[in-house]
Design a protein around this ligand. Structure first.
Ligand SMILES: C=C1C=NC(C(F)(F)F)=NC1=N
Length: 211
């Protein structure tokens, strides 16, 4: 799991204005992403069949290239697609209940501090999504920005589990997240809003590799 987190694209249709989610995903895979999360959220997010169909199309692209496909929040969708895993927030219903429903599929849980990290691991998380690392426009209800320091604190407490940093990470800002002890970085805007998503992914992947 540690290696799988190197460059984690998190995306939904609402994040793609310039081109289709399918094209952004294909470019990002060509650029070297190692994991994908389908996060269809926000005021203009797709729902029902449209959401399921987009999820199915993106799932197929990932599996053609050997990239695991994680679903955000929606455990019914994850089960319907037989996806590789589920990512939930601390508040997304009890993590233990989710673990029971998904069996030994990948379970990622968000954590904002050391105590939430400990709680997530007690609930069976396979990896932690820790953030926000920097200011971000993507998540309006963000809590205070602790930065890479919070990852250093979690590692300092002796927690060795797979960790990915998220929140406002762009090229040049990934290295401090890895240096603080993360296994990789998760991005939305840095790739989906890039004029060249392939190049954006490649630059981030090289930055992570360089540490
Ligand atoms: C709220 C989130 C926090 N972290 C992550 C990830 F980094 F991918 F683990 N994904 C989310 N959707």
């Amino acid at each position: 799991m540690h290696k799988q987190l190197a460059l984690y694209l998190v995306m939904g249709s609402v994040n793609c204005e310039n081109s289709s989610p399918e094209d952004v995903l294909r470019d990002a895979i060509a650029g070297g992403i190692t994991l994908f999360q389908f996060r269809e959220k926000g005021p203009r997010a797709l729902e029902g069949t449209a959401k399921l169909e987009l999820g199915r199309r993106l799932f197929r692209i990932c599996h053609e290239h050997g990239i695991p496909f994680i679903v955000n929040d929606d455990v019914e969708l994850m089960l319907a697609l037989n996806a590789d895993g589920l990512h939930i927030g601390q508040e997304d219903g009890s993590a233990r209940a989710m673990r029971n429903r998904i069996g030994d599929k990948i379970l990622g849980i968000s954590a904002h501090n050391l105590s939430e990290a400990r709680a997530a691991l007690a609930d069976g998380a396979d990896y932690l999504g820790v953030g926000p690392m920097y200011e971000t426009q993507t998540k309006p209800d963000i809590r205070e920005v602790r930065g890479p320091e919070v990852i250093r604190e979690i590692r300092g407490a002796g927690i060795a589990c797979p960790i990915v940093g998220i929140g406002g990470i762009t090229h040049g800002k990934a290295a401090p997240v890895i240096d603080a002890g993360a296994d990789g970085v998760a991005v939305i805007t840095a790739i989906t809003q890039a004029s060249a998503p392939l190049e954006a992914a490649r630059n981030l992947r090289n930055e992570v590799r360089s540490r």
